[in-house]
Design a protein around this ligand. Structure first.
Ligand code: SAM
Length: 219
């Protein structure tokens, strides 16, 4: 997937311009590719479906796939064009997804509400990540999981696609440390680099983080 930024220097742009930049990306073609993110698919193998929330869902490829797997899925993005693409995909696939047009910097999901919260390829500046990711973790219900897939830092030198601005890349370990410092109850299940081809082959190199919120003790 090509996650190159909508236009140069967008970190400096007003939020409205950044959102419109994503609208342009989603309008100009389906850069998310045909199927769901392969790292997401591998990480969810064997996980029983329940309620799922995808943040920064874009054109909805992953959200529609989740719904097809039986997850009762809510998809959030601030791009109405992306969400419209997602709605069309859901209709074609014959699945229901709840689509919410919201700015993740102005809204936070309800706490403790979802069995699965997913973020795939949201590469915002670190100060925005520090707001959005802990809110995503807080939305996980007891016994549920937060699953984050990003372009790993290695992607800049050894991989393909992703933001050219390396300050917006991260490793799974870095994000895990940030989230656990805010909420020490969380349990890291996986914090890994996922390569699609062995080096020196070039393909996206993902960081995969799976975090679980322990279930409540039985009375
Ligand atoms: C690279 S796309 C990823 C889309 C999808 N998760 C995927 O992997 O196919 C990043 C998405 O983040 C969304 N986004 C960026 N900042 C956002 C914000 N503050 N609130 C909501 N969505 C945002 C953009 O609109 C865009 O659709």
């Amino acid at each position: 997937m090509d996650t190159a930024e909508p236009r140069p220097g967008w970190d400096q742009l007003h939020q409205g311009d950044r959102r419109r930049g994503w609208d342009e990306r989603h309008r100009s073609g389906d850069f998310e590719g045909e199927g769901p993110n392969p790292t997401l698919v591998l990480a969810l193998a064997g996980v029983l479906p329940g309620t799922a929330l995808e943040l920064a869902a874009g054109s909805g490829t992953n959200a529609v796939w989740l719904a097809q797997q039986g997850w009762r899925t809510t998809a959030v993005d601030w791009s109405p064009v992306g969400l419209a693409n997602g709605m069309a995909k859901a209709e074609a696939a014959g699945v229901e997804v709840e689509w919410l047009e919201l700015d993740l910097l102005a809204w936070s999901p309800p706490t403790g509400s979802f069995d699965l919260v997913v973020i795939v390829y949201l590469h915002v500046p670190p100060e925005e990540r520090a707001q959005i990711y802990p809110q995503a973790a807080a939305a996980v219900a007891p016994g549920g999981r937060l699953l984050i897939v990003g372009h790993d830092r290695l992607n800049a030198t050894e991989g393909e696609g992703g933001p050219p601005d390396t300050v917006r890349l991260f490793t799974a370990e870095e994000v895990a440390a940030e989230l656990l410092s805010a909420d020490p109850d969380l349990v890291v299940e996986r914090a890994e680099v996922v390569r699609r081809v062995p080096p020196p082959g070039r393909a996206p190199i993902d960081s995969l983080l799976v975090i679980r919120r322990p279930a409540l003790p039985k009375e």
